[in-house]
Design a protein around this ligand. Sequence first.
Ligand SMILES: Cc1cc2nc3c(=O)[nH]c(=O)nc-3n(C[C@H](O)[C@H](O)[C@H](O)COP(=O)(O)O)c2cc1C
Length: 371
Amino acid sequence: MPYPLLFSPQSLGPINLKNRAIVSSLTRASATQDGLVTPLMKSYYTDYAQGGWGMIATEATYIDQQYSQGYSYQPGIANQRQADSWAEVVEAVHAQGTPIYMQLFHAGSVNQGNHWVSESIAPSAVRPKSVQVSRYRGNNEPFQMPRVMTQHEIDEVIVSFAEAARRAISIGFDGVEIHGANGYLPDQFLTTYTNQRTDRYNGDVMARLRFHLELLNAVRAAIPGKLLGVRISQTKVTDLEYSWPGQVEDAQVIFSEIAKTDVDFIHVAAHHGVNPVFGTSKSLSGLAKEYSGLPIIANGKLHEPLSAESALKNGEGDFVSIGKGALADPHWPNKLLAGRVPIEFVPDMISPLATLENYYDWRSRTSGSDQ
Ligand SMILES: Cc1cc2nc3c(=O)[nH]c(=O)nc-3n(C[C@H](O)[C@H](O)[C@H](O)COP(=O)(O)O)c2cc1C
């Protein structure tokens, strides 16, 4: 057996995975304008399900018909029609024996396309660094200035996450992951420069983590016994340089406090998943494992199977999630098992747009369609 750890079964919360390879969330902005799943999306997810993955994470999916959507043509789970449109995806993926969970998303200030409202909201009136992303139909201009969330709006968003989770489970998803990473709403609370509040959501790292913890507790109460995880990162789509100011001490608080909620896993996003951080010998996912004691999904340039295998062997994580490598070759696990070389990611796959139409067009123009 090549890569014996990668291809060994392992349970995660209530789910049994046939191997440790998980498709990482990949926003493709290919739903309808009002956030419904399309037939092309169904065949896209079915392709992963046939590719031998232990589990699939959906792309970031918005949770309400207000400020949560961040990208035009992003799918939602904000109403029953959207939920019903996902049901066929879940059924098709389950027909291949593959579990699938939904990533739940709120853009906060990082909103460059919202079908429902024109304003953005955020913990504080701080414009995101960087500009709107063109591969998601952004105009390369700065983001609009967000409006400060009231306590009432914070409470409403938490309820909407819980309702979205309940909707996802009701149509058959195996679980949900709160997108707490990459600069979106929860991460805007955790990040010092986007959180300038003077209430109980700011102060020390514990206060800046409060929104994550309240979210996790509310979602857990909504979906008892079902798989629940949270994604965490230091860097953001709008800021690749940010690191936690308290370094190891912050990591200790963040991961150990998350572990006190009833979550099943932490999914750590990083550009180089196994790079050591904060002058320690461990990666961020290694620290997550140490301080939380929870199952950890490691991520970031682990598509070389030897890197994935050694990340698992060295205790950097219990599972690996693969982003660009999965996008490039939906059959990555089966190819490796068969001793074949998966197709490599090239930027043209997501340029000029990260949509499925663009990707399938690329595949039909190249030899990347060898599956
Ligand atoms: C096209 C594209 C879309 C992405 N969409 C999401 C997303 O919806 N949610 C998320 O948490 N991360 C998203 N990411 C980040 C990936 O999940 C992953 O963390 C990142 O690509 C690093 O892993 P890799 O080196 O295996 O690609 C996206 C990345 C890419 C390239």
